[in-house]
Design a binder for this molecule. Sequence first.
Ligand SMILES: C[S@@+](CC[C@H](N)C(=O)[O-])C[C@H]1O[C@@H](n2cnc3c(N)ncnc32)[C@H](O)[C@@H]1O
Length: 271
Amino acid sequence: MTTTAREAVPGVAGEVLAEYGGRVSRHDLYDEVGVPVYHDLAAVDTSEIREVLRVVRAFPGPVLELAAGSGRLTMPLLALGREVTALELKEAMLDLLRERLAGAPAGARERCMPVQGDMSAFDLGRTFAVVVLGTTSVSLLDEEGRAGLYAAVRAHLQPGGRFLLSTVDLTDASADDTDLDFEAVGASGRRYRMIEHWPAGASTRNVTILPPKAEAAHASQVLALTTSIRVLPADRLERELADAGLAVVQRHTLPATGPRHRDVLLEVEAV
Ligand SMILES: C[S@@+](CC[C@H](N)C(=O)[O-])C[C@H]1O[C@@H](n2cnc3c(N)ncnc32)[C@H](O)[C@@H]1O
C-alpha cells in the first residue's frame, strides 16, 4: 500500500483498504493528490452559505475568511460586494482559488486577496468587520492551535465586529451506526464512495473517500483519501472562546447535512 498518511484507518474503511491491499494509494484529503477531489465535492456543497451571508450582511466592511480552501465560501462573500482576504494554509488550495478568481468578474477578483497563512498564528496588520471560519474547520486545530486562533481573531476584529465559526451541534446527535457508507457526486459528475467512521462518543471521526465499489473492483490502483476530524461540540468551543475574551452572542442552527448530526454557526464578539 502506498501511503503518505501514517495512522491506520479504523472501521469499515480499514477493512475495505485491507481487501484492496497493494492496489491502494493512500493520501491525505488536503494534499496535492487529495485537493482536486476535495474541490470537486466542495463545489456542490452549499451548506451554511445562506446563514453565513445573512449574518455578514448585517456587519458592513471588509471580511477575513480563514481556511478558505478553494473558495466555496469566498466566492459568495465576494458576491456581496465585500473586500475579502482569504487566508489558507495550502498553496495547492490557493492555486485552485486563484484559478476560480481568474474566471470571476474583474470587480470580484480585485476585491479578493488570497493569503498563504496559518489560522492559528497570523498577523495581517489590519482589522476586519467580520472573520469567517466555516465548514467546521476549527476542528482541524488542536487546543494550542485554537488558543492561537482565538487570540489572532480577537486582534483582527474591528470594534463591534463579528467572528463566525461553524462546529458540530451534538444536542440531537444520533450515533446508531459507527460507520456510514454512502456515495456522493462531485461537480464533475464523478461518483465517490465515502465512509465515515464515528463510534458513539468518540472525539474524532474519520472520513475515507474511495472510488465506487464497481470501479475499484477493476482498477489497477485505488486512490484512498483520508482525513481525521476532531469533534468539537459548541458548548466546549463557547467555553474556550469565553476564556479568550470572546463571547457567543447567538447560535444559528444550520440545516442538516447528514443523517447523524447538525452543525451550528456561532456568532461571536470580542468582550
Ligand atoms: C474543510 S476545508 C474548508 C475549505 C473551505 N472553507 C470550504 O468551505 O470549502 C479546510 C481547509 O482548511 C485548510 N487548513 C488546514 N489547516 C489550516 C491552518 N492551520 N490554517 C489555515 N488553513 C488551514 C485546509 O488546507 C483546507 O483547505
